[in-house]
Design a protein around this ligand. Structure first.
Ligand code: ATP
Length: 223
């Protein structure tokens, strides 16, 4: 059975808060691969400046290549208009031959799921795997989960593996109880602009690329 994880996001830049939990999801859910799918035009960030797709993609390539099981797709860059997750999952389901899809998102994203385009269809196409992003966890998170998703919630301990969702193609919302990684790309961009160290939050090859190409230098990215 082919089990694919799909991790969508802006990845501006990709950081350890994406990479470390993605590696955990790969193991816990016994996935064949986790595919990072950077948004060409992130619908939630249409009014904010976003680094070019080419730079974000290049940094993702540097970050994912060393890890077996992590791969990268440019499929959202080939579509025009905003990058809607529902279209991406539909395309993957139709063309990639995966029997089980696990769409990965942070708990902050789950808390805003009702703002996503055609969000009820997501669980008709995939399982959701929710990463722990403080402070949105436990009762505080559940309050933000829409009624139709609440019965689908399943808490998952990282020490359990494989038998999860065996055979079921879609429909569960797994809350993965991993150690939280309190890292955000917004803070990283500010640190890079200020010339601060980022070794605790970024793979060194990503920070080298960002510095060499002046990706986050003031004025180069319009913010
Ligand atoms: P920004 O600070 O620019 O908003 P971000 O760090 O939240 O960026 P995104 O690319 O927007 O990164 O996130 C992609 C997905 O990864 C989202 O679903 C987000 O919730 C999740 N995510 C981002 N950072 C973390 C983290 N530290 N821990 C768990 N999930 C995360």
């Amino acid at each position: 059975m082919r089990r694919l994880g799909i991790f969508g996001g802006t990845f501006d830049p990709v950081h350890f808060g994406h990479l470390l939990p993605a590696i955990e999801v790969l193991k816990v859910f016994a996935l064949d691969t986790v595919v990072f799918v950077p948004a060409a035009a992130p619908p939630h960030k249409l009014t904010e400046p976003v680094t070019s797709f080419a730079h974000r993609f290049a940094m993702l390539a540097l970050a994912t290549t060393p890890h077996q099981g992590l791969v990268l797709s440019d499929l959202e860059s080939t579509r025009s208009g905003p990058s809607f997750t529902v279209d991406t999952l539909r395309e993957i389901r139709a063309g990639w031959g995966a029997e089980q899809l696990f769409f990965i998102m942070g708990s902050d994203s789950l808390a805003q799921i009702t703002t996503w385009y055609r969000w009820p269809e997501l669980v008709e196409l995939a399982h959701l795997v929710v990463l722990r992003r403080e402070p949105l966890w436990g009762a505080g998170l559940e309050r933000h989960v829409p009624d139709i998703l609440r019965p689908r919630l399943r808490l998952v301990s990282p020490s359990r593996t494989a038998d999860l969702a065996a055979g079921e193609a879609k429909g569960w919302v797994f809350l993965l109880e991993h150690e939280p990684y309190p890292i955000s790309a917004t803070v990283i961009r500010r640190r890079l602009q200020a010339g601060e160290e980022t070794d605790d939050v970024l793979p060194p090859q990503v920070s080298r690329y960002a510095l060499k190409n002046r990706v986050y230098h003031r004025g180069e990215r319009d913010d």
